[in-house]
Structure formats: C-alpha cells, structure tokens
Design a protein around this ligand. Sequence first.
Ligand code: SF4
Length: 397
Amino acid sequence: MDTKAFKRTLQHSENYNRKGFGHQAEVTTQLQSEYQSSLIQEIRDRNYSLQRGDVTIRLAQAFGFCWGVERAVAMAYETRQHFPTERIWITNEIIHNPSVNQRMQEMEVQFIPVETGKKDFSVVENNDVVILPAFGASIQEMQILHDKGCKIVDTTCPWVSKVWNTVEKHKKIDYTSIIHGKYKHEETVATSSFAGKYLIVLNLKEAQYVADYILNGGNREEFLQKFAKACSAGFDPDQDLERVGIANQTTMLKGETEQIGKLFERTMMQKYGPDQLNEHFQSFNTICDATQERQDAMLELVQHELNLMVVIGGFNSSNTTQLQQIAFEKGIPSYHIDSVERIKSGNAIQHRQLNGELAIAENWLPPGKIVVGVTSGASTPDKVVEDVIEKIFSLKA
Ligand code: SF4
C-alpha cells in the first residue's frame, strides 16, 4: 500500500483534524484543575526536594506528562467540547494512564470494543467521531475509519509521526527497517504498518542475534520462529538483511537504541567495508526528547543516596517500565505503581515487577529517616504523583 499517498488523502479530507478546534483556553483551565498539583510545584520550586518529618522526597528533574501526551489529552477534551452530542470513540487508551482513561470514560469517550483480540469497528457509524491516541494508529485502522466517513481527530504525537516518516524512507529505497521496540505495543504496531519490510528487536540481545546472522548466517528456521510475530509477511533473513535502517518505539531506552544502531553500523561495515556502508545502512535520530530527558533525569536521580524509589505510571506504559529498569540496574529497591491505591495499610505495597507480574512487598518503608526517590512516566499527571507522596508522608508521620 502507498501509505504516503493515503496519508495525503486523509490529511486533505474535511473529516480529518489534527490541530484541535480552538478551545485551548477553556480546556487548559480544566486540565490544570484536574491534573496539576500545588505540592509538586512546591517541590519543583525547592530544587526538587522536600523534607517532612523522617521523609525526604527527591523528585527527578524531568518526569510526568510530556508535551505529546498533554497535547493529546487536551485535544480529546476539545473534541468533547466541539462535539457535545456526537458519539465519540477512541481506538485505544489515549495514553497509558488509568486516571486519564477513567476520565475519558466519564466524558463518554468510548473505547472501540475488542473481540477475541481484534478491534470491532462495526460499532462506528459515519457520523461518529473517532480519536486516534498519542501513540498513533495503524494505517489499516485509519483506512477503515476513513472509508466509513467518520470524523477523525488525530492526536498522534509528532515524534511518533517522525518515526513513521523514517520507515517510509527505508521502504522507498528498499531497506529493511529494524525497529527497536515491543512488537505488541500499539505504537510499534502502527509504525510497522507504515514500513515495507521490517524486523522488530526487543533489546540488544535480539539485535546481536540478528547481527550474527548477517555476518555468519545461521539456522533459518530458528530465526523465523524467533521473530514469527515480529517481522513483515514473507520476511526472508537471507535476502532481507542486506540493507537495513534503524527505527525505534519512541519510549525505549535511549542508550539501548543507540547501541543497537551502532551494532548494525559496525556489522554492515564489517560485512561490506566502510566505503559500501551507505549502501547498506541508514540511521536517523528518532529518539524522542521527552523520553530522553526523563531517562537522563532518572540516571541523575539514582546517583543520590536513596533508600528506595517509587516509579509511578500505567502498568502498560513502556517509558515507565524503562525508568523502573534504570533503578533496578542500580540495585535500588524500586516499586512501580500506577496509583496511590497500590499502597496498602500495614506497610505493604502492590507493585509491578519488571517481568510484568504483580507482587506485594511488606515493610517496604524502612523505619527512621529515609530518602525516597520519585519519578513518573510521560503519561502520569502530577496529581497522581502528589497523592503518592502525601500517602508516604502520612504513613511515616
Ligand atoms: S513520550 Fe515522546 S513520543 Fe511519546 S507522546 Fe511524549 S513526546 Fe510524544
């Protein structure tokens, strides 16, 4: 499919909007009162640290809502204002945050139902309004909605669109896009729908496996089985790894994306020689600034003496999991929670482990004076962070 041509058609359609509806001022006031926090502002003003009793809170210097998420949420609020009586759907969670998604439901913005793992678009009628979330939607979903003649409000973050443009460039010159991401994540599903040939690698280990295959060959069946859900239809590792370009899910660990890029650059240089490198390898910087800033702030925060960390964000939020991974690698006891309700009475906390499973930690708040590091993912409102900090203060009071 000519994804570029389709996007052009869509963007010229009168049913398509990606700029909002001019209600920014009212919506900003509403968002401030619902999601912002005076306590968090106070901590920011005090150089990101606040002591009460035995507890010192140290906040990361960049955390919480990124501008792409803020923009998407604001556009969803504006959409409700602009279409007060129409049915409004959203193709997925607007962002990965339970409180924001709960608020969407209160505003009667409904999710497209999912039947046996597939979205059922038959519920959408041609006068309905459909919002595409911050991490985008696949080209096939956009086409279904466009064909139905419904109104599309596209909140896709421009950083995500930049990655789509990158894989389209690879497609145009017949390069395979190596996408650093999670094949099931909606953003990566969307990105791969714009690509031609693609292969999704989760981490450096998988990338190394692919690089070894490029250099030395290997077991083709094993390769195809390993990436069965993570490559384009008909992918042939013996043909389709001669020219590769790098792309990424915007919320992966920045350092790892860079390492993967370097690995493939070295691999192609070794296989084809430095003067042929440009014929076999392409890389554009598509790491999102907000993800980068949050990860850098986390790396700075874990240099301090901390008794423990609390990382706040949706359990299916990729960028929050990456922050948790940084604390884990530093050996700091760290608890990833999605809301204050995870903190139970009796000094227990229910948290998500890096393997995705929930666990209960008892006696997680040590006695005496403690320093608690706090950060939150790009889809977490300050208000949620405030609730968690207040709870810690009250438990230690
Ligand atoms: S994390 Fe980056 S790519 Fe994702 S919505 Fe925020 S600004 Fe956009």
